[in-house]
Design a protein around this ligand. Sequence first.
Ligand SMILES: Nc1ncnc2c1ncn2[C@@H]1O[C@H](COP(=O)(O)OP(=O)(O)OP(=O)(O)O)[C@@H](O)[C@H]1O
Length: 569
Amino acid sequence: MVQGNTSTLVPLPREGSVVIGRAAGADVLVEDASVSRQHARVGVAEGEAFIADLGSHNGVRVNGERVQGTRPLDGGDVVTLGNVTLVFHRGERPLPERRALEAEGLRARLSEELDRVRGSGLAVSVLALEVESARVPQGELVRALHGALRLMDGVGQVGGTLMVLMPDLAGEEAEAAAAHLVSVLSPLAGRVRGGLASAPGDGMQTDALLGAAKAAALAAEAGGTRVSGPSMYRLALGERSVVVADAALTRLFELLRRLAASPLPVLIHGETGAGKENAAWAVHHWSPRSAQPFVPLNCAALPESLVEAELFGHERGAFSGADRARAGLLERASGGTLFLDEVAELSLPIQAKLLRALDQQVITRLGDSRERPVDLRVVAATHRVLADEVKAGRFRQDLFFRLSAAVVMLPPLRDRPRELPLLARAFLEDACARAGRPPLHLSAATMEVLGAHAWPGNVRELKNTVEYAVATSPGPVVEPSHLPESLRAEPEPEAEPRTEGRAETPRTFQNLAEELRTLERQRMMEALEATGGVQTRAAQLIGMPLRTFAFKLKQHRIVPSRGRGPADE
Ligand SMILES: Nc1ncnc2c1ncn2[C@@H]1O[C@H](COP(=O)(O)OP(=O)(O)OP(=O)(O)O)[C@@H](O)[C@H]1O
């Protein structure tokens, strides 16, 4: 029976059954709020083991499947009762054959583990194993892994990739386990690549985690393991780097790379803050013009009176205040790339002048009559549907055709579920480095809040949110209370009639799991302080099993002052 990070062996009778539950009279007492008073019956009848749900509140699952009534148990079956995991083990026989789960079973098991991460604050890791030789049958690979896996681990295949679920493991422990499993398979299957992703760090969604593990395996060296994380997905674009992980974005950047080689103008559609300037920069960086200037102009940010002079430049005395001649942005971008952000905001007269300049590749400064040649590649962007602006008469059709030789759509952040945790971690790393403070980590609850938000301001909003969290979090873990109020606010409750004498301001509540985690961390630190850093005594003081204490030290990133672990005592 596995609870948190501790496991207990519970023997079953040779014939007969035991009741598992929270009630004092249960044969196997489980003190966990997620378990019903009389939750399940496990027993052996005529040599066959079975489990029955006794009408529990949270149900009984075997290998991820909900049990209706009674079902037989086989060696190696993983049973979950609320937050408690049982692994059925036939003691008198050699270790049971481990059965590989089907993709759906593996997803269901992972989704249960994620629920446990939400409730307990522990972790779960997914290891993807890509084998070179397709000739080795999957059953043989699973058998080879068998002796190296813990009973609580799960193994299965998703889309041709062998996946191992490793509950309660993250960080160095998960990496060590992954390296071991890769080395176990290598003699059998040739080059093996391992990819490791962990919740909550790499997200709290089943498919995002499986996808991240698989992508990491594909990027790994043969015989090695790659750990998923923002650095793996950072695309270096000269002086900038962008995180690109979702399939739609990967395809978009591949397209931009191909377009960059041509002289075609590119029009980028995308919501505000979605990363349009980065996409434009990518076109410039990959183009033959990359050694020349990249000149961005936000057309929405300039007052109408200044746009013309900014774009085309002016001669001395062209208008009051023009005390010297100045080249405009088109001239400055000559030879390189001009990025016109929010191009739909340009007025119709400026659109006409811009079209002429682009068509004829010449400009005339304000207050001048000379034409000056320019050699421009234009990338434009807008959050509006430019074709609709044309229909409404607000945008010139000829300029629209001139700018839209190639049109690309940048999806909003809410449609890029894999990128969200990676971007959040990348911004967190950057912000901590800039602030000169040790790295912070995002808790499962925080990841959950980030995943549920709609991000109307897209990547820019996420970046600002993370910077806010770095400023408000004392460390080492960013909890939802460190996020801006706008993210934490629950949807408006339905209006209730106000009753007489009711308090004007409703009481605010904190997420209970978060509050408990903070308390746990604080008590552990106090206990360590009281025992001068002796972990065995500190664990005893607060009634926590030593292994759990040691695990949670890492999880809460507490560094004991004298660093004395159980081995020293
Ligand atoms: N994929 C990414 N990886 C890393 N940083 C990103 C990524 N996408 C956007 N950003 C960052 O998010 C911020 C907003 O991006 P950007 O300015 O490119 O958006 P935009 O769509 O051009 O916004 P707007 O047009 O509304 O000004 C920038 O700080 C940018 O560096």
